[in-house]
Design a protein around this ligand. Structure first.
Ligand code: ADP
Ligand code: MG
Length: 367
């Protein structure tokens, strides 16, 4: 017997969701494989929560389909789907013990007491809270409470976990720690996690794949490092990493690359399959850590790549790295970011400087 390939955990097809006249989701198509850690990333108000809640059955789609494990679930309520939602730490029942909180869903489902206790205790082990079963939620830290919420969702044995800004209530250090814990937990249990966040570092830490969601649309999706290193869309470049965004005009099209005039500099830019024509206005992006900085008088700088002249504005010391702000003749501000220790004497404000980079570091966006 040959085993059937596993259907995707989630397939969203042509999904639209309106709230009155607000189009919160516009024709979203998305496939999430079983066992993936998938992140929906984007600015507030973009439609992430709406998408997650429509997958979970808390919202009814205006049109389009949601399939879970290959099955159309559009007509099913949340408790009859293979999804379960992780709520914020403060949503625990304060009067119940940790163990009772974890077992609550199983108790409601009518499972025998002994089984509820056994499964709940096993799940507390899984999230690293062995020995905390008899405490009340207020006797736990914020991070521990969040782990109880995870246990409470996972004990239900559904195979898709939905997490809406699960770390938002935690302070910065705890958020970092919990991020890694979530990643490791998902690897351990092997079920599908769909995690909503507006925080790119959080997204990069946990995700196998990331989808950018903004203005009700799925802008772009891919592996975390591809989204970071090779953003297709201008929006992605503006939201992920620290990208310099430049606008220019195509002055020549020549085979696999084109020449773009940016503030008087003629930049040879790889087209990477995009169609452009002479005179067209295009956007370019380049990550700040790929932009080098030299004094304008240094004739050797940028000889083997692109270079553009500007005037030094200021430096921002960030500890590990320092950002150098440089103003181009057209008024655009660019950032060159380098490891702080690599710097000796900084240019003076107003001093002419040269920014330079390798041609393959720059990306063309036509949308
Ligand atoms: P995100 O989670 O990315 O911040 P949401 O999905 O919460 O975005 O919201 C998407 C859009 O839908 C926003 O414009 C928001 O104001 C609107 N919206 C969300 N929920 C409702 C609702 N219950 N009624 C009306 N509009 C809503
Ligand atoms: Mg939201």
């Amino acid at each position: 017997m040959t085993s059937q390939p596993k259907p995707p955990a989630v397939e969203v097809r042509n999904l639209c969701k309106n709230y009155g006249s607000v189009q919160a989701l516009k024709n979203v198509d998305l496939t999430i494989e079983a066992g993936e850690y998938f992140v929906l990333l984007g600015p507030s108000g973009g439609g992430k929560t709406t998408l997650l809640r429509t997958i979970g059955g808390f919202h009814k789609a205006t049109s389009g389909d949601v399939l879970l494990n290959g099955r159309d679930v559009g007509h099913l309520p949340p408790d009859q789907r293979s999804t379960t939602m992780v709520f914020q730490a403060y949503a625990l029942f304060p009067h119940m013990t940790v163990l009772a909180n974890v077992g609550y869903g199983l108790t409601v489902a009518g499972l025998p007491k002994a089984q509820v206790a056994e499964k709940s205790a096993a799940m507390l082990d899984m999230v690293g809270l062995t020995g905390f079963a008899d405490r009340k939620p207020h006797e736990l830290s914020g991070g521990q409470q969040q782990r109880v919420q995870l246990a409470r969702a996972m004990v239900l044995d559904r195979d898709i976990l939905l997490l809406d800004e699960p770390l938002a209530a935690l302070d910065a250090q705890l958020r970092k720690d919990m991020c890694l814990e979530l990643k490791h937990l998902q690897e351990k249990v092997g079920i599908t996690f769909i995690h909503v966040t507006h925080n790119q570092e959080e997204a990069m830490t946990v995700a196998d794949r990331i989808a950018l969601v903004a203005e009700g649309e799925l802008v772009e999706h891919g592996r975390a490092r591809d989204i970071y290193r090779a953003p297709e869309r201008r929006f992605t470049a503006s939201f992920v990493g620290e990208n310099n965004l430049l606008t220019g005009h195509v002055s020549d099209v020549n085979g696999v690359s084109c020449t773009v005039d940016v503030a008087g500099a003629q930049l040879q830019v790889p087209k990477r399959g995009k169609e452009v024509s002479g005179g067209q206005c295009v956007d370019l992006s380049i990550r700040s850590e790929l932009v080098g900085l030299s004094r304008a008088s240094d004739a050797n700088a940028g000889m083997d790549g692109h270079s553009i002249l500007g005037s030094y504005d200021e430096s921002v010391y960030l500890g590990l790295t320092t950002s150098h702000l440089v103003r181009l003749p057209n008024g655009t501000e660019m950032i060159s970011r380098s490891i702080s220790d690599q710097l000796d004497d900084l240019p003076e404000p107003g001093e002419p400087v040269r920014l330079h980079w390798l041609p393959e570091a720059i990306r063309l966006h036509v949308n």
